[in-house]
Design a protein around this ligand. Structure first.
Ligand code: CLR
Length: 426
């Protein structure tokens, strides 16, 4: 029944919140929500979901050829979805509203070396507050793997659900011991947050996301439970070469539900190996999720997430919402003052690890658009394009166009950004 998940005393404030979602479209982050739906975790911590299976991430470096590497990247990507999109339901009973990071908020962490997989480091910075944009770097230096990405969201309300369009993308770079680096472009699925009526929100994924690079493109289609059939959290992925023999033809098809298991079918050649397990959240490397390790709060700087939000988080966790909201106001007032002072001084907040760069000057973008269309046509109609560098251009162009809605992209300032993080974490 409607409102079942809402504590009796918060029913009216939940209704007010839902109404405000319906009217204020775009950015939900600054809306005031009733206490029961608040999470004590800041959005700057979410990029750690990308590496809760550090072994699967490291394995990308072990692939022998482009084809198996494309599968390894897809495998790691799929393995992150359960954590990204269902873990709050598991740990807190429903999807929750994360703390809205302040400008310049920082989150550092790592996953220790184990079984020769190498150490993986995480660095996150909130690079914009209005709209909220979170940028991150995840790196396993010993394996030559580096993921750089940024996230923003555009929300709307439709048929009782919140629709979240993810803006941003991530680029995974694999640098082999010898030879040239390979780049994989990752895009993110669309979210539908259901269960709003009942006060127990949960996420379903929709539409399509891509992993493109190393000569292959993986297309992941997401489907939820239909009215009459289908399972929730279903997906179907295909892996196809972007040039050469069989361009655009799926070599592999993977089907299943991302929060449980999936199977892979090989479609190239005469022999089809059917029914092999692709991923299984219960077994082997998938079964053991490893949360990120962070340093001691006592040694943190003021703007590091767990220190900054410490008192707010404690209030939310212990049910002391008065303290939580008082502490939250203190942080917000401090932010407002900083912005005022900066404006008066004609300065802006200096980001620590990223700089914002213009993504696509209009003139080049329209030229490149033509090029992109030509390549896309080649791909769809399976025309062989074999020129070197074309595929790289293809990936870059996809990137250019999917990231169109925002013009500013955060890029890491230096290659030595982990020195600071490592210093903090010892
Ligand atoms: C952030 C980037 C991660 C994946 C991810 C998972 C959950 C998303 C979150 C992103 C963005 C913020 C989000 C959240 C679920 C709910 C929350 C959309 C995309 C909104 C702001 C809160 C809505 C309030 C309801 C719970 C009522 O890789």
């Amino acid at each position: 029944q409607a409102g079942d998940g809402v504590p009796a005393a918060q029913k009216s404030s939940w209704t007010a919140f839902v109404k405000s979602i319906a009217s204020v479209s775009g950015d939900l982050s600054s809306l005031t929500a009733p206490p029961f739906i608040l999470s004590p975790v800041s959005l700057t911590e979410y990029p750690s979901y990308w590496c809760e299976h550090p072994g699967l991430f490291a394995k990308i470096a072990d692939a022998k050829d482009d084809e198996s590497r494309a599968l390894a990247v897809l495998n790691w990507f799929i393995s992150t979805l359960k954590g990204q999109y269902t873990s709050r339901n598991e740990s807190m009973g429903s999807e929750k509203k994360p703390l809205n990071p302040v400008l310049g908020e920082l989150f550092y962490g790592f996953w220790a070396d184990k079984d020769g997989r190498g150490k993986t480091s995480l660095l996150v910075e909130q690079v914009s507050h209005h709209p909220p944009i979170t940028a991150y770097v995840i790196e396993n230096q010993s394996k030559g793997l580096r993921l750089v990405g940024h996230n923003a969201q555009k929300t709307s309300f439709s048929a009782g659900s919140i629709i979240v369009k993810q803006i941003g993308h991530a680029v995974l770079t694999y640098t082999p011991p010898t030879g040239t680096p390979v780049e994989y472009l990752l895009t993110f699925p669309r979210l539908r947050i259901d269960g709003i009526w009942y006060g127990s929100p949960y996420i379903e994924l929709a539409e399509t996301s891509y992993v493109s690079g190393g000569g292959f493109v993986s297309t992941v289609d997401y489907k939820g439970k239909g009215y009459f059939s289908g399972k929730s959290h279903s997906f179907k992925a295909t892996v196809a070469p972007v040039m050469g023999t069989g361009v655009g033809e799926a070599r592999y098809t993977i089907e299943g539900t991302w929060h449980t298991t999936s199977k892979i079918t090989k479609s190239s050649g005469k022999v089809a190996a059917k029914g092999d397990e692709f991923h299984n959240v219960e077994s082997g490397a998938y079964g053991k999720k490893e949360e990120v390790s962070v340093g001691d709060v006592a040694t943190m700087e003021d703007f590091e997430t767990r220190k900054l939000w410490g008192a707010v988080a404690k209030g939310i966790k212990t049910g002391d919402f008065d303290t939580a909201s008082k502490e939250k106001s203190t942080i917000e007032n401090d932010q407002r003052q900083r912005r005022k002072d900066e404006q008066a001084a004609g300065k802006t907040w200096p980001l620590k690890h990223f700089k914002l760069v213009e993504n696509h000057p209009t003139c080049t973008s329209s030229l490149l658009f033509v090029f992109f269309v030509v390549l896309r046509v080649c791909f769809v109609f399976r025309v062989r394009v074999n020129a070197s560098g074309l595929e790289c251009a293809y990936t870059r162009l996809v990137l250019l166009f999917i990231s169109r809605p925002h013009t500013l992209v955060p890029v890491p300032i230096t290659d030595a950004i982990f020195l600071f993080a490592d210093e903090r974490l010892g």
